[in-house]
Design a protein around this ligand. Sequence first.
Ligand SMILES: NC(=O)C1=CN([C@@H]2O[C@H](COP(=O)(O)OP(=O)(O)OC[C@H]3O[C@@H](n4cnc5c(N)ncnc54)[C@H](OP(=O)(O)O)[C@@H]3O)[C@@H](O)[C@H]2O)C=CC1
Ligand SMILES: Cc1cn([C@H]2C[C@H](O)[C@@H](COP(=O)(O)OP(=O)(O)O[C@H]3O[C@@H](C)C(=O)[C@@H](O)[C@H]3O)O2)c(=O)[nH]c1=O
Ligand SMILES: [Mg+2]
Length: 308
Amino acid sequence: MVSGRLPLGERILLTGASGQVGGELLQTLKSLGDVVAPEREMMDLANAVSVRETIRAIRPRWIVNPGAYTAVDKAESEPEMANAINAEAVRVIGEEARALGAGVVHFSTDYVFDGLGNRPYLETDAAEPGSVYGASKLAGERALAESGAGHMIFRTSWVYGGRGRNFLLTILKLASERETLRIVNDQHGAPTWSRDLARMTAHVIGRVEATAETTGLERSIEDASGIYHAAGCGETTWFEFAAEALQLRREMEPGVQFATVEAISTAQYPTPARRPLNSRLNCSKLRERFSWSMMDWRQSLREVLAEL
Ligand SMILES: NC(=O)C1=CN([C@@H]2O[C@H](COP(=O)(O)OP(=O)(O)OC[C@H]3O[C@@H](n4cnc5c(N)ncnc54)[C@H](OP(=O)(O)O)[C@@H]3O)[C@@H](O)[C@H]2O)C=CC1
Ligand SMILES: Cc1cn([C@H]2C[C@H](O)[C@@H](COP(=O)(O)OP(=O)(O)O[C@H]3O[C@@H](C)C(=O)[C@@H](O)[C@H]3O)O2)c(=O)[nH]c1=O
Ligand SMILES: [Mg+2]
C-alpha cells in the first residue's frame, strides 16, 4: 500500500528504465505521481554533463536511480566506464538533487562487501569490495552521501525477474540447451525479485511523502536518509537457487527435459571478478524503519516462474 502521493505537478526522474529494476519501477512509481524516464540518448549516465543538464531541465522532486553498469566481470577490464556510471553519475545526481531540494533513491549491492564474514551483513559493517564493480558501487554510495542530498540507498543482492539479464533466465536457457550445468554452491546469499524491490521503493517514497505533508520534504527525507539492506528473505546458494528453479519448472511442465545441476566450488568456476562467499544482508533496519519485509526468495521464485 502506497501511503503518500507526490504533490500535484511534481515529477519523479527515473534512470535505467530499460533495466530489470527500472522496468518494474516504471510501473510501480506511477502510483505516486508523474514519472519521467529519459532514454539513454537523452541522459547518458557515462556523461556527467548530460546527467546534469537533464536533471536541470526536468527539475524532479525525486530522482530514482536503478541505472548502473552491472556487468561484473567486464568491469574488471573497464574500470573507467564502471566508475563513470556507478560513481561519477551518482555524484552529479546528488549535487543536482541537493540544489533542487529533491530526494534521491539509489541502489547498491552486496558486492560492496568482501564476503569473508559469516553472518548477514549490517548497514554499519565495513565495506571492502573485492571487485571493480563492487568498488565502483561503493564509490557511488559515498559520493551520494557526501553530496548532502537527502537520499536512501537500497543495497540489494542477486536481482532477478521475468525480464532482463539475470541468473534465473540464464539458467533456464542453458538448462534447455545442455545436459548438465555446473553451479557454484559456496556463495551464500538471497535472490531478490525486481518487482518486490520496486514495490518496496514505492512504499518507502510514499511513507516519506506522507511525513512530508507535516514536516516538509527536506526534513522528511533527511530523517529517512541512509543505507538500507533490501534483499529477498531467507538464504541460499546459486546452486540451490538453480536447482529449485529447475525443479519447479519440471513440476509446471512435466515431460520437458532440463539439465541436471552439479554443485561445484567457486575455485572450480574461475571468473575475472572475485565474488563474495557471504552475500547475506540483514534487512532488519528496513523492516523496523519502514515496516517492509522483502518476500521470501522461494515464494517470489514461484511467482516469477508462474508468470514466464
Ligand atoms: N542485477 C543484480 O543482480 C543486482 C543489481 N544491483 C543494483 O541494482 C540496480 C539495478 O540493477 P538492474 O536493474 O539489475 O540492472 P540492469 O543491468 O538490468 O539495468 C541497468 C540499467 O542502466 C542502464 N544504463 C547502463 N548504462 C547506461 C548509460 N551509460 N546511460 C544510461 N543508462 C544506462 C541500462 O540501459 P541499457 O538497457 O540500455 O543497457 C539499464 O536500463 C543497480 O544499481 C545495480 O547495481 C544490486 C544488487 C544486485
Ligand atoms: C551461468 C553460471 C554462473 N555460475 C556462477 C557465477 C557466479 O558466481 C554466480 C552468479 O552468476 P552471475 O554471472 O549471474 O552473477 P553476477 O553477475 O555476479 O551477479 C551479481 O550481479 C551484480 C550486478 C550484483 O550486484 C550482485 O548482487 C549479483 O547479482 O553463478 C555458475 O557457477 N555456473 C553457471 O553456469
Ligand atoms: Mg551477471
